[in-house]
Each structure stands twice: as C-alpha cells, then as structure tokens.
Design a binder for this molecule. Structure first.
Ligand code: 3PG
Length: 405
C-alpha cells in the first residue's frame, strides 16, 4: 500500500542528512512556550536513529498571519532539552547563514533551521512536483546533503516544496511507523470500529467519516466539536450564532450532502446530548434545546454525552480519535477531552482495543492528561491521517513512491 525506500535501506553512517519532520506544535502564545508536544517527542527517537550523521532539521510552525506563527527557536530549545547531543539553531532557512552552518555541521551534531513557512513560496501548493524542485530553496539546499529524509506525516497532505520538492527522498522513522498503523486500519480493522471526532476543520472530518461509512468499514462516529455543530445545523438543530459562525462557509457548501449522509447513517452518527458553556468562569451544562437561547460558544461535551461516548468506546475494538471534544486549553472546558483520553487508555488496557489518537491537539491533550503512553499509538497526523484514512493518496505518499533514491 505504501511504497518507499526506508532510511534503513541505505548506509547513513558519517553522512549529512536533512530530516523534514512535522513538529508543528500547540503554542502557549502568552507565555511564548510550546505545550506538551507529541510531535517533538516523536522526533527524538528519530534523531537518535541518526546519531552517526550530521543532521539538519527543517519544519514549519502554523501559518503566516496566525498568532502561533513563531520562529523555530522555541522548537530548537525543546529538542535541546530532550536530546543528549549538541543542538544548534540558525535563524535562517537557505540564506548564507544557513548554508554556512550546514556546511560546517559535524557528524553527531544537530542543526535546526528556522520555520520554513517564513519563506513565502513554501506556503504554495505544487501539484507538479517538478515545479517544486525548481524552487530556490530546493535548488540551494538539496546539493548540500547526501540524503533527504521525509518524516512529516502530519503534513503529508500538503504539496509544499519542503514536503515534496526534493529530487530524491527516503522515508524516515516516524512516517514508517505511521504507515504501519494506517495499513492496519485501512486493510483489516478489528470491528466494531469507532471514530471520535472533534476540534476544528469540521468539513475534513465529516468527509473522512462519510467515506468510511460508505465503504462499510466504520461502525460509529462520535461527533463533537465543530463537526457536531456542522451536522446539527445541517439537520436543523440551531446551535447559536457564535457556533454557527465557525462553520457557516462549510454549511453553505455542504448542507444537502450532510443532511443526506445523516439520514443514511443516523444510527451510526452519534451526536452530543448535552454541551457546556462558560458562565462566570464556571461550567454550565445545557441541553440541545437551549443552545439558541444561551447563544454562546459551546466549549465541551456534557456529562450525558461523555457517558454515551465512553460506552461506545469501551465496546469497540478499533478507536480513532481526531480532534479534541473540547477547548481543553481552558480549564473550564477540559473535562470531556481528558475523559475521552482516559477511556481510550482503558479500552486499550482492559479490552485490548487498537486505539489511535491523531492530530497535534488531541495528542497534546493526551499528554497533558497523562494517558499518551497508555493508548496504542499517538499519530503525528491530524488532517493527513484523515485524508489517508479517506482513501486518498496524499502528496507525500506519492512523492515517496516516485522519488526513491
Ligand atoms: C497539521 O498540524 O495539521 C499539520 O502540521 C499541517 O498544518 P497545516 O494544516 O497548517 O498545513
């Protein structure tokens, strides 16, 4: 299903390599720090596999214009804390400073480059891989390395130069593990299979859910976050203006499709029974019939919903979570998300279920709740994982197949 040349298939000893992971992380902007980052934690064993090389790390953080669009100094600092060999940082991507630092880098050292999305062209999508190969960054950097190791599973659905533009590419340690888990889920998932869907990017999650219902693989979708809002609005449950605003564009485009999908699979699509708003700094549980009256952002699932979701999860053999059910960064909205991470850990330990948590956000939540190492697998992919599970060949999968050294 996934065809690639592994980093293990070549002799890397003494070589200069560039690794392109996805360490896009949840940033606590006010305090200028990275919250628990499963993606950085996944990079450490990958870097340890490359300890006999001179390793350059290239990655992205957020998107231009967003509050968490930071430099990569924070990421370098975090890697430095966790790795027991020298980690350098240069505030440059492929200019003179970066090129000199790369040339001077010695075996056993790690050099982190700045946020690659500071280079404008990186934010464009290149359907034609050869066009990406001609860009200035690739032309400048590719000749400086013996090998390029593609490890950005989380950004595998982005046809950006740093992801697909290198003339030759090896698959790295993180992405190979991810491919193994994805193959298991795609080929022969143990049933019942349940998806726990939350967070933002509602339409992508809806599409992945629909695809898996259509092909008969998915038994239940536990919907929360904006995906639940999107479906509820489409079927006529009014959720209040602040919620509606967040999904308005998707709703306009897909209302009829969502309605039809809901009609077809309504026994399998499990919507919230109650939700939570913030009132004077406290949790206030409200019913679906009260959403319009309170007209407020719902930041979490309520106790009835939590109980229902827990039952489905404990009765499933494969559980894939993507996106947190609540805005867990705020204490008042944390309960639902942490309880879902805990019940996934229980399903793994007590029922032997295969439990996969995907996406930077839900992974961070599981680390914060102390359950990350109790589930089967924390995937570094959110949107990328969903696209792959939707049966699409994402750009990086295609590039790894076509650009084998
Ligand atoms: C992610 O967090 O989903 C990946 O890092 C990709 O980020 P993007 O959606 O900004 O391209």
């Amino acid at each position: 299903m996934f065809e690639y040349t592994s980093y293990k298939d070549v002799d890397l000893k003494g070589k200069k390599v560039l690794i392109r992971p996805d360490i896009n992380s949840n940033i606590d902007v006010e305090n200028n720090r990275i919250r628990e980052s499963p993606r950085i934690h996944a990079l450490i064993p990958a870097l340890n596999e490359l300890k006999d090389c001179a390793v350059v790390v290239m990655g992205h953080q957020s998107r231009p214009g967003k509050k968490d669009f930071t430099s990569f100094e924070l990421h370098a600092e975090e890697i430095r804390k966790l790795l027991d060999r020298p980690v350098k940082y240069v505030d440059d991507i492929f200019g003179e400073k970066a090129v000199n630092a790369i040339k001077e880098l010695k075996v056993g050292e790690v050099l982190v480059l700045d946020n690659v999305r500071k280079w404008e062209t990186e934010n464009k999508s290149f359907k034609d891989f050869s066009e990406a190969e001609k860009t200035e960054m690739i032309q400048t950097l590719a000749p400086l390395f013996d090998y390029i190791i593609a490890d950005a599973f989380g950004a595998a659905h982005r046809a950006q130069p740093s992801i697909i533009g290198w003339p030759k590419m090896l698959a790295g340690p993180t992405i190979i593990k991810e491919f193994e888990v994805m193959s298991k889920i795609l080929e022969n998932p143990e049933r019942p299979m349940t998806m726990l869907i939350g967070g933002a990017k509602a339409i992508d999650k809806y599409k992945a859910m629909k695809y898996n219902f259509e092909n008969g693989k998915l038994d239940h979708a536990l919907c929360s976050g904006l995906t639940a809002i999107l479906i509820m609005e489409a079927i006529g449950i009014k959720t209040g203006e602040p919620n509606r605003k967040s999904i308005a564009k998707d709703l306009e485009k897909a209302r009829d499709d969502i309605k039809a999908t809901y009609e077809k699979f309504k026994d399998k699509i499990i919507l919230p029974k109650d939700l939570v708003i913030e009132e004077n700094g406290n949790r206030k549980v409200i019913g679906l019939d009260e959403l319009e009256k309170y007209n407020a952002v719902t930041g979490d699932i309520g106790p009835e919903t939590i109980k229902t979701f827990e039952e489905y999860i404990m009765n499933s053999k494969t559980i894939i979570a993507n996106g947190p059910p609540g805005i867990f960064e705020k204490e008042v909205f944390r309960e639902g998300t942490f309880k879902m991470a805990k019940v996934m850990a229980r399903a793994t330990q007590e029922k032997g279920a295969l439990t996969v948590i995907g996406g930077g956000e839900m992974g961070t939540a599981a680390e914060m709740s102390g359950d990350a190492d109790k589930v089967s697998f924390i995937s570094t992919g959110g949107g990328a994982m969903l696209e792959i599970l939707s049966g699409n060949e994402v750009p990086l999968v295609k590039a790894l197949r076509e650009k084998r050294p």
